[in-house]
Design a protein around this ligand. Structure first.
Ligand SMILES: Nc1ncnc2c1ncn2[C@@H]1O[C@H](COP(=O)(O)OP(=O)(O)OP(=O)(O)O)[C@@H](O)[C@H]1O
Ligand SMILES: [Mg+2]
Length: 1035
């Protein structure tokens, strides 16, 4: 069940200052202190949140807290910045109202932290999704980037914002963030070149030197040691609790998330490095012939490195530090700069470089976070602007003047909008409006910004005036023009009132701001307002071969020389504040007023005087009074009736009619005086907090009575229900017990019965078994006796039958012997004569028959070379067997030959002849058996090469082959064609085919060969051919 709590519940002090009773500055402070001591840093004034800086992290920003405040009414829970953020976000999302959150307070009061808390709350409660999360992340990550470049450690705050920031977060109709636009106001650029004692330059310088890698520093031509750079103050270069190196990584990471490219980040760091280098430039005077001193750069190394970093020609920059060109109409006059002017020019360049870089960063971030969708956006603006600044004595200068002017404007808008809102609510609710008295600071704003005789206008006028212009001439002018103004004070004005006021030095003027009097020293006003950068320097920058720096100094473009003076700093600021105010007026304002509890940046310390001062100048008391001038408290009828219905019998416990009527009955019943409240359309308005406290007190008492009553009823109910429960339980227990006992008894009886039964059945069964066993035994005895009897009988019969069979067999045998004897005696005379021969013949016949039939089925194959033959069965058949083998072989050879053709026959005859000649005589012979004899191996007739030779021989060539003829003289061989005909042997040249020798066969006496496996043969000639007695040839 959801627990409904209220702002009025468990309150430490008073959660809403409007309800403070009695209202005085002391009680206001006491209430703040009491709450602060109990870690309640937020307090309301109506819908305005006062935030005290706790200077320590409190566990009140957890995701659980976000959930707790999500979608809850503003006054439902104890005061919190989340309640304000939730209210603003819901009215933006659900009522389509543009919102702005105005965070004010002095330096270190917690404005930036508050703005981040608002943004993170809105990011946590709005829609989710990949695209939306990316937008949220980019919006949140823009903070570390801007803080690195725009924040610095000051004596008041270790992370002081040195620029004003207004961020419009744009949402779609569902309340999902689409993007944002950031506007920046007046960066405190003088800090770049000089920092007050105990303060630092902007964080980025220290972060870069501490966090960059050695490699990166080398690239940027920097050294890690802070003391090497004139622009970095050393007395508080490191701040406890600030890890510059880690922050540098965070900033780079944030830049990446926001969408900076790697080369853009590099360019930005190069510019930062260039500013540091610029601070190290020193100048020396050099006398000229005209007696004037001209400045020269002393040590050119830093200048060289800086020029290399920015891609500027060294001589151009060097000249810009020594000369200044003034252009007037058509004339150009070049004057020399003395050393002081050169230093002035150097610092002006550094300040301009840095502040323009900062503005470029804001523009670049805007490019990344700009909403893409073209649909109508709802906007939530968050303004984190420097608070009212009052320095000691005369330390307030142009910057403080500008800052305080901005705060005046904000105060004005605050008064206007708060009153307007209040007024509108009364009109909406139909309540009669009574005019509220309050201090309207429009008159101070007018003193500063009036176009004719406002301080800023006069400063501009003075800056543009020809002739000698100094801060003193400006003060003189103020003294004459503003003398009559009731908020302007000066020692030299015509108002004699201040002539003897020694707290007002001659070079100062004082303004009575809404937050107090501030003394401004005029020194530097003119200079800072002019914000002069010599044209030669901007032209030198424009010539740089560096993409970013060129963009930053567009006025340096010689093609666009503009003789008109650039708008002054005061003018620009006034214009941008004007735009901002216009913008804020169109939105529903939500205020967070930050207060700094002490000057030590320490937790748990509440310095009364400091807080009192802030309460005064923030106009918080006034705020409460304005709020209470009408009606101090208002509440819708329903929650009001719900809260106080117990105070009247008619409305308790339930009121049936409309809530307003219920409240009317309630108020009448309580007899609250009619002037103390008014009925609006949807709310009741209570004029005095006392009335509310009266109601609260009554409610508290009533709640106590009710609590007692509830306790009483509850206790009675509890006892009764306990008793009834016991009674019911007892019955249940008894019933269960009875059931259990009966069950047990029954089970016992059942068990006994079963035992008795089983014994009886056992006894009966055993008796029956005995009887059956006896019966079976008798039957078995009968069977055994019968079996023995039958066995005896059968054996007796068997013996008888066996005896009978033996006798029968003996009779048959005796009979057979007797018959045989008779037959043998009878046939003996016929049997002996030819029985032997007949049996022999018959046996031989049978053996031969078997032999032939066996041979027939085992005959070998028909191949003449098959040497197999079945084995001989009987040795007496040896001759027959060998003969049959020979006959079979002859028969199968004949069969083989009968298949031969005529040619084959001739071949075999030749083979036969060769075998007769060479078999067993020549070792080569067996290998030649398988080769067929061809004769004309050279194919003389077909081969065209030998055609001439073959036509020269008119006989049939029997053999033609190539032989080697061995020369008998030297043993060398030469190839010859060897041709054999029926009549002669012819040797011819192998190449030409020309007949070399022709030997008629009759001339040959013999042909001889060796017995070895070679191809030699020799032809032996008869005596007739003496010369050729022998011819040796070989194949
Ligand atoms: N709600 C908070 N919880 C914890 N610490 C806080 C809170 N608000 C502020 N602080 C602490 O106070 C310091 C200063 O706060 P912050 O920078 O917001 O002041 P500021 O008002 O923006 O000051 P300036 O005007 O100089 O920028 C923070 O750095 C932080 O340490
Ligand atoms: Mg800040």
């Amino acid at each position: 069940m959801e627990v409904k709590t209220s702002l009025l519940d468990n309150m430490i002090g008073v959660g809403d200052m409007v309800l403070l009773e009695p209202l005085s500055e002391d009680s206001f402070l006491e209430n703040l202190k009491k709450r602060f001591d109990h870690n309640e840093i937020y307090t309301y004034i109506g819908s305005v949140v006062i935030s005290l800086n706790p200077y320590r992290s409190l566990p009140i920003y957890t995701p659980d807290k976000v959930e707790e405040y999500r979608n809850r009414n503003f006054y439902e829970l104890s005061p919190h910045i989340y309640a304000l953020a939730d209210e603003a976000y819901r009215s933006l999302r659900d009522q389509d109202k543009d919102q702005c959150i105005l965070i004010t307070g002095e330096s270190g009061a917690g404005k930036t932290e508050a703005s981040k808390l608002v943004m993170s709350y809105v990011a946590a409660v709005c829609g989710k999704g990949q695209e939306v999360n990316k937008v949220k992340e980019q919006l949140l990550q823009s903070n570390p980037v801007l803080e690195a470049f725009g924040n610095a450690k000051t004596v008041r705050n270790d992370n002081s914002s040195r620029f004003g920031k207004y961020m419009d977060i744009e949402f779609d109709f569902k309340g999902d963030p689409l993007g944002g636009v950031i506007s920046n106001y007046l960066l405190e650029k003088s800090r770049v070149v000089k920092q007050p004692r105990g303060e630092r330059n902007f964080h980025i310088f220290y972060q870069l030197l501490s966090g960059a890698s050695d490699d990166m520093l080398k690239k940027l031509k920097l050294e890690r040691d802070f003391s090497k750079y004139n622009y970095l103050s050393l007395d508080s270069a490191t701040v406890s609790g600030l890890d510059d190196a880690a922050n540098f990584r965070t900033v780079r990471n944030a830049m990446q998330i926001v969408g900076f490219m790697e080369d853009e980040m590099q360019s930005v760091l190069e510019l930062v490095a260039a500013v540091l280098k610029l601070g190290n430039l020193d100048f020396k005077p050099e006398s000229r012939c005209n007696g004037m001193d001209e400045s020269r750069v002393k040590d050119k190394n830093d200048l060289k490195e800086m020029c290399e970093l920015l891609g500027i020609e060294q001589s151009v920059l060097e000249r810009a530090f020594s000369y200044r060109t003034v252009e007037a109409k058509m004339e150009k006059v070049s004057t020399t700069l003395n050393v002081a002017q050169a230093y002035y020019a150097r610092d002006a360049l550094a300040k301009n470089l840095y502040s323009r870089l900062f503005s470029w960063l804001v523009t670049r971030i805007n490019e990344s976070i700009r909403a893409q969708a073209k649909t109508r956006h709802k906007v939530m603006g968050v303004l984190d602007i420097y608070g009212f600044e009052i320095f000691e004595e005369t330390d307030n200068s142009f910057e403080q003047f500008i800052i305080n002017y901005c705060n005046e404007k904000l105060q004005q808008i605050f008064i206007e909008l708060t009153l307007r809102e209040e007024q509108e609510e009364y009109v909406r609710e139909g309540i009669e409006w009574t005019n509220i008295e309050y201090f309207n600071n429009a008159v101070i704003c007018d003193l500063i910004e009036n176009n004719q005789n406002g301080i800023l206008a006069m400063l501009d006028e003075e800056c543009l005036r020809p002739g000698t212009v100094t801060d003193e001439t400006f003060l003189d002018k103020l003294n004459t023009i503003c003398a009559e103004h009731q908020h302007f004070e000066s020692r030299l004005n015509k108002n004699s009132k201040f002539l003897n006021d020694h707290s007002l030095p001659h070079n100062c003027f004082r303004i009575q701001h809404y937050a107090g009097k501030v003394l401004y020293r005029v020194e530097g006003f003119v200079d800072k307002n002019n914000d002069l950068l010599y044209r030669d320097l901007s032209q030198a920058m424009y010539k740089a071969n560096h993409s970013l720096i060129k963009q930053l100094f567009p006025e340096g473009n010689p093609a666009k020389v503009n003789l008109k003076r650039p708008p002054t700093a005061g003018f620009q600021f006034r214009a941008s504040v004007g735009t901002l105010m216009g913008n804020l007026q169109t939105k529903n304002p939500n205020y967070i007023r930050c207060i700094k509890p002490n000057d030590k940046k320490a937790a748990h310390i509440f310095t009364d005087s400091l807080v009192r001062h802030q309460v005064r100048y923030l106009g918080l008391m006034e705020n409460v009074r304005v709020r209470r001038a009408g009606y101090a408290f208002r509440q819708a009828y329903e929650p009001c009736l719900e809260r106080y219905k117990m105070l009247c019998k008619n409305t308790w416990p339930h009121w049936k009619g409309p809530a307003r009527q219920g409240v009317e009955v309630l108020m009448t019943d309580l007899q609250v005086p009619a002037e103390e409240f008014a009925y609006g359309r949807s709310k009741i308005f209570i004029r005095n907090p006392r009335t509310l406290f009266f109601l609260e007190e009554k409610r508290k008492q009533c709640l106590e009575d009710l609590a007692t009553l509830i306790q009483k009823i509850y206790r009675g109910w509890k006892c009764r229900s306990h008793f009834l429960l016991l009674k019911k339980s007892e019955i249940v227990v008894a019933a269960w017990y009875r059931r259990y006992a009966q069950q047990k008894k029954y089970q016992k009886i059942k068990h006994s019965t079963t035992v008795v039964q089983s014994y009886t059945r056992g006894w009966q069964a055993r008796k029956l078994l005995r009887e059956l066993k006896y019966q079976k035994k008798c039957e078995e005895a009968v069977t055994t006796i019968a079996a023995f009897w039958h066995g005896t009988q059968a054996r007796r019969e068997l013996r008888r039958l066996k005896e009978e069979a033996r006798r029968k067999h003996a009779v048959a045998v005796i009979w057979a012997y007797w018959q045989g004897l008779k037959v043998r005696r009878e046939y003996r005379k016929f049997f002996r004569a030819n029985a032997g021969r007949k049996i022999y013949n018959f046996t031989i016949q049978r053996i031969m028959q078997k032999y032939f039939l066996g041979l027939k089925s085992n005959l070998p194959s028909m191949s003449p070379i098959d040497k197999s033959w079945p084995a001989r069965p009987y040795s007496f058949l040896e001759g027959v067997h060998a003969e049959l083998r020979r006959i079979f072989h002859l028969w199968r050879c004949k069969k083989y030959r009968s298949q031969f053709t005529e040619e084959k026959k001739a071949v075999y005859e030749e083979k036969l002849e060769a075998s007769e000649l060479f078999k067993d005589k020549k070792a080569l012979y067996p290998s030649s058996v398988s080769q067929t004899f061809k004769g004309d191996y050279l194919e003389m007739v077909k081969n065209p090469k030998y055609q001439k030779l073959s036509s020269a021989i008119d006989e049939k060539i029997l053999l033609a082959d190539v032989v080697n003829k061995i020369n008998r003289a030297n043993g060398k061989s030469s190839p010859r064609l060897f041709l054999l005909t029926k009549k002669s042997v012819i040797l011819a040249d192998q190449k030409t085919g020309q007949v070399k020798t022709s030997l008629p066969l009759p001339d040959l006496s013999s042909v001889s060969t060796s017995t070895q496996s070679d191809g030699f043969f020799a032809l032996k000639l008869k005596e007739v051919r003496r010369k050729w007695f022998e011819v040796y040839l070989f194949f």
